[in-house]
Design a protein around this ligand. Structure first.
Ligand code: NAD
Length: 416
């Protein structure tokens, strides 16, 4: 068995490593560095900046290089061939890259996504998240267009570095797809930390040093030394030759079935390119699903239970259903505050909150939403409880160590 994987982000390289561990010969083609957006201009450099008090480019680069060396080591496997170049699909079994043609039994497309922009005058005066990560100075005034995940992470980091930060969000609330209670609490906490947030704000144009926007038919201007465009990402479909092969796709990405297979048998697509949840861990789980299908091995991956974390200060994390998604169902909700948790108060991290959503009739836990220190770690306990179908009474009986932040989740479960 031989496969070709196009793209070396978390979807591509993790799937290559997994395929090789199953004895499958793998050709990994990429026109960018190993690790993709996540390692080189996304999750990892952002977290490297979150951990320090100034934009230390040397440290950020050292972190990237250390992790990239780890991936290179993982790819040093006699079953994996790395090809540097842009891939073009020639047929359902062949791909051209770097002047050669490669053939395989199956092809997995994992080319990720690129930053989107707004079609407004002056958009070229803004920078995207990748460019933002390369700044070595701290802008005095930063204006962030988009109060989503990327916008708020940079707003938090640069506020910590000392910038005056304004976030302009088009929707009535920040993090529009998250639980509304959670998003409101995060907004209040960010505002308390000095970030100015305008919601229902429509950006109409960018002029040198300022952003023009409207809200309820009134016109406003925000002066800024740096303007970050963070209004989403779009699938990276460039030069794959999808139309010639008749692969169904649209502006949101390549269409796939539950096995991540496109409408052309033998061609799979995983991760951001499929336009779903643009998260590194979803891309690698997609890759496992595709590989399992190629190998004829069923799996139990549940794509409705995906933990998501936003590395703002404070962090937020969630898994499962939001209260809004339970509309029409009879539910229980339980809430707990970090300020009632011994560890949180003792360690000076009392700004936080947790909500658990459960089905009223069965008591089964459906979702958890956390804002506060280590939310991104605590959320996995909730993911396990949801995946195993635990009820609030079963989960409430599980003894938790004291004093720990995990007791906040337990308190929310018990208060359902
Ligand atoms: P996003 O979709 O999370 O947020 C974009 C925001 O921009 C939305 O709130 C949207 O309402 C707003 N917006 C759209 N048009 C606007 C306009 N004209 N004016 C003002 N606001 C406008 O997208 P993102 O933050 O760019 O992130 C892209 C993807 O990357 C997302 O899928 C995200 O989940 C993923 N990502 C995840 C993480 C993480 O999990 N920690 C980190 C970074 C990125």
């Amino acid at each position: 068995m031989k496969i070709i994987i196009i793209g070396a982000g978390p979807g591509g390289y993790e799937t290559a490593a997994e395929a090789a561990s199953r004895g499958i010969e793998t050709i990994l083609i990429s026109d960018g560095p190993l690790g993709g957006t996540c390692l080189n201009e996304g999750c990892i450099p952002t977290k490297a900046l979150c951990a320090i008090d100034a934009p230390d480019q040397e440290r950020k680069q050292a972190v990237i290089e250390q992790l990239r060396a780890g991936i290179s080591q993982l790819m040093r496997n006699k079953l994996i061939t790395l090809v540097e170049g842009r891939a073009k699909l020639l047929s359902p079994r062949s791909v051209e890259a770097a002047g050669s043609v490669y053939e395989a039994d199956a092809i997995i497309i994992a080319t990720g996504s690129v930053s989107a922009s707004l079609p407004i005058p002056g958009a070229e005066l803004t920078i995207d998240s990748a460019a933002m990560l390369n700044l070595s100075n701290v802008p005095r005034r930063l204006c962030v267009i988009g109060g989503g995940v990327i916008g708020l992470e940079f707003a938090s980091v640069y506020r910590k570095f000392g910038s005056e930060v304004t976030v302009l969000e088009f929707c009535p609330g920040i993090l529009p797809r998250f639980d509304t209670d959670l998003a409101k609490r995060l907004k209040a906490s960010l505002v308390k930390r000095g970030i100015s947030i305008e919601t229902s704000a429509r950006v109409t144009a960018i002029a040198p040093g300022k952003v023009l926007w409207t809200k309820a038919d009134k016109e406003y201007e925000t002066e800024a030394d740096c303007i970050l465009m963070a209004v989403g990402r779009r699938p990276n479909l460039a030069s794959l030759n999808l139309d010639d092969l008749g692969i169904t796709h649209g502006p949101r990405g390549i269409a796939v079935d539950a096995n991540m297979q496109t409408n052309v048998p033998g061609i799979y697509a995983i991760g951001d390119i499929t336009g779903g949840m643009m998260l590194a861990h979803v891309a690698s789980a997609h890759g496992r699903r595709a590989l399992n299908h190629i190998c004829g091995t069923p799996d139990g991956i549940d794509f409705s239970i995906v933990p998501a974390a936003v590395f703002t200060v404070p962090e937020v994390a969630c898994v499962g259903k939001t209260e809004e998604e339970c509309e029409g169902m009879e539910i229980l909700t339980g809430k707990a505050n970090y300020r009632a948790n011994g560890k949180a108060v003792a360690s000076g991290e009392a700004d936080g909150w947790c909500k658990v959503v459960a089905e009223k009739a069965s008591g089964r836990i459906l979702g958890a939403h956390i804002m506060g220190a280590h939310a991104s770690d605590i959320i996995h306990e909730a993911a396990v409880l949801i995946a195993l179908g635990a009820t609030v009474s079963q989960a409430g009986d599980i003894i938790h160590a004291h004093p720990t932040l995990s007791e906040v989740l337990l308190a929310a479960i018990r208060s359902c």
